[in-house]
Design a protein around this ligand. Structure first.
Ligand code: AMP
Ligand code: ZN
Length: 490
């Protein structure tokens, strides 16, 4: 089925029809975590939102190269190159090597992503693994005249750049407004312009993570890593770049400027930004100290939590708000999601035992279309969830003999519920995704194919024996006009 997908593009502030640069293929880059501490639930919201987007693009049949980086160097405490290196500070605190900090929190991040059932990206590049690419890019920006070096630090010249290209497009702000929001330069500042930012930062004697470069020992600025890694793996212009909304004003604005100054091209066709997870209206963040960790959420071991919640209920909670709206955390909302999710999973189990009739009282094709329409409208998961609950209503009504469904519609209903709930929303029930379940599914496919071959050779005695033998193991095969299906009655 051909689907027309619309995406809200931050760059144009409109929903645009999605047309990939290369038909059938999508390049997707998402800013990954800064691995100097555990990821909090807010970070998870952003990664889960892009997992939904990745899953839907795959479902539509696109060949997606999904790059999500690991920031393991260069992220200073201030957005604009002030403050300490986050890794060095943590390394001192925990008395570890900076790379031990990186390893510890990268592993922790992967564990959390697995708990929430995220698909791994196609490439997960690290900033420290791409220092050479970052240096090359900085050299090119200098030779194109958009950066300058002072005492071993290289600054991007925003004022010069903004004479030729719009700076601040992503947040729709003019240079004058941006200048107003920054402090005056003092005598201590090396940089020429208030908005200039560092591409390369000279090492101080105490700097732990440093590399040699044409400008001496130092380390890359935070913004350049994403420009270098995205262009390396996805090309100078690629389809979708995502991250949290907090990255729009500085990190992504500077990514656009760097790529434009280096490659003479705007790097991204569709910019996508997720809104923030808040706690009592305040953005969850590491610095605000209101960021509870997924582990605390699962065990309930935090003063803000009334009890523990399982990862799938939390994922479902996140799916009930559109990714561009803020999502406020509360125990009541999570408990409501827990109940809703249990109802959804129970209905999917019931679906396996529904009996077909001669006619349908509900229009399942329309239900399927409503699910696609929701996702095609800028990945509107809450509207999708509402349609899936219409599916739940139909399942329960058929089960209670208040409604009827044909065999064809039953198959379509199963396909729709399974692909949207498990494949696209990325939820799993204990029984639907276990490895033994998957093995059984695979084995049954093999058996049904053998049975088909036997029947084609008109050996009906053997095919009936196969069916009866499976029956003895409580596996029922039914021949429908769309081919054989199997089930295990409870
Ligand atoms: P960081 O590890 O701080 O670089 O953040 C990783 C990702 O999480 C970025 O895309 C941020 O924009 C995103 N993020 C940070 N805080 C929140 C929050 N409270 N809600 C949603 N996303 C967030
Ligand atoms: Zn980034």
């Amino acid at each position: 089925m051909e689907q027309e997908l619309y995406i809200f593009n931050t760059l144009t502030r409109t929903k645009e029809k999605f047309e990939p640069i290369h038909p059938g293929r999508v390049g997707l880059y998402v800013c990954g975590p800064t691995v100097y501490s555990d990821v909090h639930l807010g970070n998870c919201r952003t990664f889960i939102s892009f997992d939904l987007i990745y899953r839907y693009l795959l479902h539509l049949g696109y060949k997606v190269r999904y790059v999500r980086n690991i920031t393991d160097a260069g992220h200073l405490e201030g957005d604009r190159d002030e403050g300490d290196d986050k890794f060095a500070k943590k390394a001192k605190l925990e008395q570890l090597e900076p790379m031990e900090i990186v390893q510890k929190y990268t592993l922790g991040f992967h564990d959390v992503m697995r708990e929430f059932n995220l698909l791994p990206p196609s490439i997960e590049p690290t900033a420290t693994g791409h220092i050479g690419e970052q240096i090359e890019m900085i050299k090119e920006i200098i030779s194109n005249g958009y950066a300058y070096e002072i005492n071993g630090t290289v600054y991007f010249d925003v004022e010069k750049y903004s004479k030729e290209f719009p700076y601040g497009q992503l947040t729709n702000r003019k240079l004058e407004d941006l200048l107003e929001g920054t402090r005056e330069l003092s005598g201590q500042d090396e940089k020429r312009g208030r908005l200039d930012f560092a591409l390369w930062i000279a090492a101080k004697p105490e700097t732990l993570m440093k590399w040699n470069s044409p400008w001496g020992w130092g380390f890359p600025g935070w913004h350049i890593e994403c420009s270098a890694m995205s262009s390396k793996y996805l090309g100078e212009t690629f389809d979708i770049h995502g991250g949290g909304m907090d990255l729009q004003a500085t990190h992504h604005t500077n990514e656009i400027a760097q790529s434009q100054a280096c490659n003479h091209k705007s790097p991204v066709k569709y910019w996508m930004h997720t809104n923030m997870l808040t706690v009592n209206g305040v953005r969850m963040s590491k610095t605000a100290g209101n960021g509870f960790l997924p582990g605390e959420l699962f065990t309930g071991n935090h003063p803000l939590l009334e009890k523990g919640y399982n990862p799938m209920s939390v994922r479902f909670f996140m799916m009930q708000t559109h990714y561009r709206s803020t999502l406020d955390f509360s125990n009541e909302a999570l408990q409501a999601s827990e109940k809703g999710y249990a109802r959804l999973v129970a209905a999917i189990k019931t679906l396996e035992n529904l009996k077909a009739s001669a006619s349908s009282t509900s229009n399942i094709k329309e239900l399927e279309k409503a699910c696609y329409d929701a996702m095609n409208d800028d990945f509107n998961a809450p509207i999708l969830v509402a349609s899936l609950f219409e599916g739940v209503r139909i399942i329960n009504s058929v089960n209670d003999s208040k409604e009827t469904i044909t065999a064809d519609d039953l198959l379509l209903l199963k396909k729709t519920m399974h692909s949207f709930v498990f494949g696209i929303l990325g939820l799993k029930s204990e029984t639907s995704n276990s490895s033994s379940d998957k093995a059984l599914q695979g084995a049954m496919e093999v058996i049904l194919n053998i049975r088909k071959d036997i029947k084609e050779k008109k050996d009906f005695v053997a095919s009936d024996k196969l069916r009866d033998d499976l029956n003895k193991h409580n596996i029922i095969i039914k021949d429908t006009k769309d081919g054989p299906v199997w089930e295990i009655p409870e």
